[in-house]
Ligand binder design. Sequence first.
Ligand SMILES: Nc1ncnc2c1ncn2[C@@H]1O[C@H](COP(=O)(O)OP(=O)(O)OP(=O)(O)O)[C@@H](O)[C@H]1O
Ligand SMILES: [Mg+2]
Length: 384
Amino acid sequence: MIHVDASIVRRSEDHPSYPMMNSYPFPHYEHITELFSQMQIGIWLIDHRGSMVELNSISSQFLGLDRDEVLYRPIDHVISQLDPSQPNYNQFISFLTSTYPQQNEMELEWETVEGRHLFLVRRRRINNKESGFSGDFFMMENKTEVDSLAKQAQLSNRLATIGQIAAGTAHEIRNPLTSIRGFLQVIGHKLKEIGQQKEQAYIDIMLKEINRINSLVSEFLLLSKPRLVNRRTSAILLQEAIDDILPIVQGEATLHNIELHFHQEVEGSLVIEADSELIKQIFLNLCKNAIEAMKAEGVLTICISKDEHSKYAIVQIADQGPGIPACMMEKVFDPFYTTKENGTGLGLPICKQILRELNGKMEVSSDENGTTFHIYLPLAALSS
Ligand SMILES: Nc1ncnc2c1ncn2[C@@H]1O[C@H](COP(=O)(O)OP(=O)(O)OP(=O)(O)O)[C@@H](O)[C@H]1O
Ligand SMILES: [Mg+2]
């Protein structure tokens, strides 16, 4: 037998502000109400007079409503209890109140106590001849996880395709590079033998540039072979990795009239489990983005700290650029998303990929005063 909680099954006459209802909306309504209260899908009913005659507990949680406050009350009163600063507030209100709905479902972004969620809200018109009830039945399903899984799958697919192309291209570029490098080295030796110092210096520059192309190609390969990173990790000093890149960043900053500030908010050395070249690549990419965002003046701040549980070393790279618009916050991590004329749009996805492989993570906060990237790198056990 189903136990029916008296506080759940309330009749309309319990509430003085609601006109008497002669019957429940459905036969066996008490049992159905009990069932609704157990469901993980939000459910509510608005009758033909525009009053909320049922609202299960999960929907009151989702919508931030007090069930006792809104049950058997007119829809206007229910609306007055909703938070107007919610992202899709206006669309939701018109969806709730339209008498001849064109649209039977809507996607709703809504801030709950647990954070922002994506819901699918469906509406069905009911005309129950037996009970004489007519009105609208709403169902609200939390799609947040499904949505983020779908997005992840989409991104993985894209990355896999890019990876395949990149792997093929990288292979084709590396082969000729190897022979060019080999012949250049031979020419370099010959020039040295005959004392052509100046010409030999040109060869050295060319060799350096070839090495740069080679490492760029390796960046592409990172997208296709994520496991590569795991094999190379070792305990490294975070401060050393930063010290190595500071002169490069300083040079680039000075060139753009940007001040570079560096702080360490933690005593002692931070040892992380990583690959120093890949870590430097993350910092360089983020500093380059920061400098590019500020264009011709501002302060670039690099700050090292660790989290309160000493699980992660944190590197913050902050700029005073124009910020990233809220709607672009996720997009900037998509491969090939760029707002720059000569950008590849691969900097951030590569950083994210490397961090994923290193069991680290990256967060970004941004407003019109600037952007800060927070990089979390797992501390090795021996960190002091
Ligand atoms: N610090 C920042 N401030 C403002 N916007 C940023 C910042 N960092 C990244 N972005 C935005 O994110 C986009 C993607 O960045 P990403 O590093 O992936 O590629 P890119 O910088 O455009 O190209 P590349 O890295 O190849 O030079 C940028 O084009 C820019 O619009
Ligand atoms: Mg970039």
